[in-house]
Design a protein around this ligand. Structure first.
Ligand code: COA
Length: 142
C-alpha cells in the first residue's frame, strides 16, 4: 500500500505560477518509487535534468550536456498519484554554459491537493560539439 501523504504547510502554493509554461508535468507512477514506496529521488533528478535541457535548448540549438547539479534540496516527499510539475528558468548564460534554476511542485492525489514545493535544484548545462567538447552558445534560429 502507498504511504499516506502527511498534512503539510501550504505556504508554497502561491509560488506555483499557472501563467508559466512548465518544462515537465506528469503523474508519478509505481515504477518511480523507492524501497519505502515514496518517489525515488533519482526519478525526480532525471526529470529535473530533462527540464534543464529543455530550458537550455531555448538558448542553444545544438547538443547540451549536464556538467553540474548544485543546491539540490528535496524539501518534501512525492507520492504515487501526485502530479509533478517542473518549472525551469534561466539564471545566466555564459560562453559555453547555461545555468538553470528548477523548481518542482507536487499536486497530491491527482491534483486533489494544492501544489506543494517539493524540490529545488540549480543545473549547469554545457553546449558541446560532436566530440563532446565545449562550444560557444549559439542561439536557435527563429
Ligand atoms: C561538460 C564538459 C564537456 C565540460 O568540459 P570542460 O573541459 O570541463 O569544460 P570547461 O572547463 O571549458 O567549462 C565549460 C563551461 O562549463 C562550466 N563549468 C565547468 N564545470 C562546472 C561546474 N562544476 N559547475 C558549473 N559550471 C561548470 C565552465 O564555467 C564553463 O562555462 P562558460 O564557458 O560559460 O564560462 C565535460 O565536463 C563533460 O563531458 N562532462 C560529462 C557530461 C555528461 O556526460 N553529463 C551527463 C549526461 S548529459
Amino acid at each position: 500500500m502507498s504511504p499516506e501523504p502527511p498534512p503539510e504547510n501550504q505556504s508554497a502554493a502561491p509560488l506555483f505560477r499557472t501563467d508559466q509554461l512548465p518544462a515537465i508535468r506528469r503523474v508519478m507512477v509505481p515504477q518511480d518509487t523507492n524501497a519505502m514506496g515514496t518517489i525515488f529521488g533519482g526519478a525526480i533528478l532525471s526529470d529535473i535534468d530533462l527540464a534543464a535541457a529543455i530550458c537550455a535548448h531555448r538558448h542553444h540549438a545544438g547538443k547540451v550536456v549536464t556538467v553540474a547539479m548544485d543546491k539540490v534540496e528535496f524539501k518534501k516527499p512525492v507520492f504515487v498519484g501526485d502530479v509533478m510539475t517542473i518549472f525551469a528558468e534561466t539564471l545566466s548564460v555564459g560562453t559555453t554554459s547555461i545555468s538553470v534554476k528548477t523548481t518542482v511542485f507536487a499536486e497530491r492525489a491527482l491534483c486533489m491537493g494544492r501544489p506543494t514545493l517539493v524540490t529545488e535544484a540549480q543545473v549547469t548545462m554545457v553546449a558541446v560539439n560532436e566530440d563532446f567538447k565545449p562550444v560557444p552558445i549559439e542561439r536557435p534560429k527563429q
